[in-house]
Design a binder for this molecule. Structure first.
Ligand SMILES: [Fe+2]
Length: 221
């Protein structure tokens, strides 16, 4: 009975209180590791706030989608399922329990379902575009490099035998190849003007890092 009453009670709450409840629930799904812990979600949320306003996004939908966008990651790491699909399903279940209306849930679910870079989906909603941009920006610049090395799936710094190919999220690649296959391509996949502005310096930093690393590896420095 208490569970049945919860959606009705939460439906009447102000949106900022609802979002705080979602933040707490999202934290329960965060991984305990450097690359995809809850600090990644918080940075994506901040970037969404910065980009979303100028892009004219529905900020409530966007903030909830940002908080829950990686809720499916554990399923991907443990069972090789697509974290965007699992995340969208988890978000739908949470938001129904929390009494959000179906239209809101569908918008959040869509943004999460299409956020993954490897799928190459160009979203049809502005909230989904901003979420993709924010998530991609957090994989660029100094933080992007730090996250790439911290990622549990990273086994080697570089591998001279590897040649960059098209990006496969499930392929085992050295960090240097991963930067070339994915991180250096992110700049050209962004949708919003504000994200493109933020990306300029971050992209340049990635290029400088790769140039430096390769000169050191070749013994030129
Ligand atoms: Fe993410």
């Amino acid at each position: 009975m208490i569970e049945l009453m919860r959606p009705i009670r939460t439906r009447l709450m102000p949106m900022n209180e609802k979002i705080e409840r979602i933040r707490k629930r999202a934290k329960e799904f965060a991984l305990d590791e450097c690359s995809h812990d809850f600090s990644h979600t918080e940075r994506v949320l901040k970037l969404c706030e910065r980009i979303g306003k100028s892009a004219g996004a529905n900020m409530d939908v966007l903030m909830v989608a940002a908080l829950l966008h990686d809720a499916g990651l554990r399923e991907e790491l443990e069972h090789k399922k697509d974290h965007a699909i699992c995340g969208a399903e988890i978000a739908e279940a949470i938001l129904r329990e929390e009494g959000f209306d179906e239209d809101f849930i569908e918008k959040v679910s869509y943004a999460i379902r299409v956020h993954r870079y490897g799928k190459g989906v160009v979203p049809t909603t502005i909230e989904a575009k901003v979420l993709q941009d924010a998530d991609r920006l957090d994989a660029m610049g100094a933080i992007g490099i730090a996250r790439a090395f911290a990622d549990k799936r990273s086994k080697r710094i570089y591998d001279p035998a590897e040649k960059p190919q098209s990006y496969d999220p499930f392929a085992e690649r050295s960090v240097l190849t991963h930067i070339k296959e994915k991180l250096l391509k992110l700049k050209d996949s962004l949708h919003t003007d504000e994200a493109r502005k933020i990306a300029e310096e971050r992209h340049r930093f990635l290029e400088i890092f790769v140039e430096e690393l390769e000169s050191e590896l070749k013994g030129l420095k």
